[in-house]
Design a protein around this ligand. Structure first.
Ligand code: AQP
Length: 336
């Protein structure tokens, strides 16, 4: 039986934080043995907000190395860079022409990021979800493992695919496969350390709001020591305690303990006793990833070979889908 296909990606912007890891990459690693997987570094997405050309290439290497360091196994998964496969840009253009503008104007992430950017919002930022749809649909992905914040974009991808199938395909021969989001409950939305009601985010101006995958043990100690808590005695999961929910949740994920186990262990604790436990659990979880990352980054030629092979595999799949779409839209092909 052929395996179902998975596609996902992370942008090479800023430092990857534990939200990106727990909401996305950790799930890719766990799922990879049961699926046929494509994981890309989405560098075309990275320029939808102001970016630094001097660091883009290095940041792209960093993300690819982190995929490997977190446990992506090349025997089961393909790692590639989005801009190395030109079909992503080409399909995005074709999809742009069938996507109603008001579908994009409704996207929550666009509205939030547009507010932060003021007058300098690019067309690319508005168009981001169409490029994301192209990324997913090119690979006939069955499942897309992402954090909760990407749910709306996934819904849009499905709507675009359904619209194209309806307009240019037929029921027996749909042009696109309709993908499903794969959002795991645990870790789907890791919250900011400075405000438990806000998502942990790369673009938060405060470094203290997030723990990065490559933070040193001292950074982690400092950030957890300073993180926001509440004045209630005893620790428990409760809807009206966002910081407590987030920190206990992190502790559970990093120690592999269930919500019940964490509740039993921590219900009589104060923050002074809990924070060092969370700190050690976080350091213990991140240390092996960091060691592997350092090892991989000393071998750029190895990384280049991984990305070259990834580009070839990705292109061989993407070119077939792109041809299918162009044929359906009526484009001229010249026979050899
Ligand atoms: N806080 C989070 N909790 C769980 N999952 C999260 N993801 C992002 N933040 C959280 C998931 O990480 C993946 C990477 O997405 P991306 O590269 O598009 O991330 P981003 O938008 O650059 O990162 P941020 O932190 O979300 O940046 P801001 O907020 O600045 O835009 C995705 O699967 C995402 O769901």
């Amino acid at each position: 039986m052929t395996k179902k296909r998975v596609l996902s990606g992370v942008q090479p912007t800023g430092n990857l934080h534990i939200g990106n890891y727990l909401g996305a990459i950790r799930n890719w690693v766990e799922l990879q043995y049961n699926y046929d997987n494509f994981f890309c570094v989405v560098d075309l997405h990275a320029i939808t907000v102001p970016h630094n050309p001097a660091t883009l290439a290095q940041d792209t290497y960093t993300i690819a190395a982190l995929y490997l360091a977190c446990g992506i196994d090349l025997n089961y998964s393909t790692i590639f860079v989005q801009s190395h496969v030109s079909a992503h840009s080409e399909l995005a253009w074709l999809l742009n022409c069938v996507t109603p503008l008001n579908w994009l104007e409704r996207m929550i992430q666009f509205k939030e990021k547009a507010i932060k950017q003021g007058d300098n919002v690019s067309v690319g930022l508005l168009d981001y979800p169409v490029l994301m749809a192209a990324d997913i649909l090119l690979y006939d992905a069955d499942q897309v493992p992402v954090g909760e914040d990407q749910k709306q974009h996934l819904e849009l991808t499905r709507n675009i695919a359904i619209a194209v199938n309806h307009k240019y395909g037929n029921e027996k021969n749909p042009i696109f496969k309709i993908p499903e989001p794969l959002i795991r409950k645990e870790g789907a939305r890791i919250m900011s350390l400075s405000d438990g009601s806000k998502k942990m985010s790369k673009s938060d101006p405060s470094e203290l709001s997030r723990i990065n995958l490559l933070d040193t043990p001292d950074d982690i100690r400092k950030k957890i020591k300073k993180c926001k808590t509440d004045p209630i005695m005893g620790l428990n999961f409760a809807d009206d305690r966002p910081e407590c929910n987030n920190l206990l949740g992190l502790y559970g994920i990093f120690t592999g303990k269930s919500q019940e186990e964490v509740t039993t262990e921590c219900s009589d604790m104060g923050w002074g006793k809990f924070k060092p436990l969370l700190t050690e659990a976080t350091i213990t979880a991140l240390t092996p990833i960091q060691a592997k990352y350092q090892e991989i980054m000393t071998e750029k030629s190895y990384l280049d070979s991984v990305l070259k092979e990834g580009k070839e595999k990705a292109e061989s799949v993407a070119s077939i889908t792109l041809k299918r779409v162009k044929d359906a839209l009526g484009y001229l092909t010249i026979k050899n």
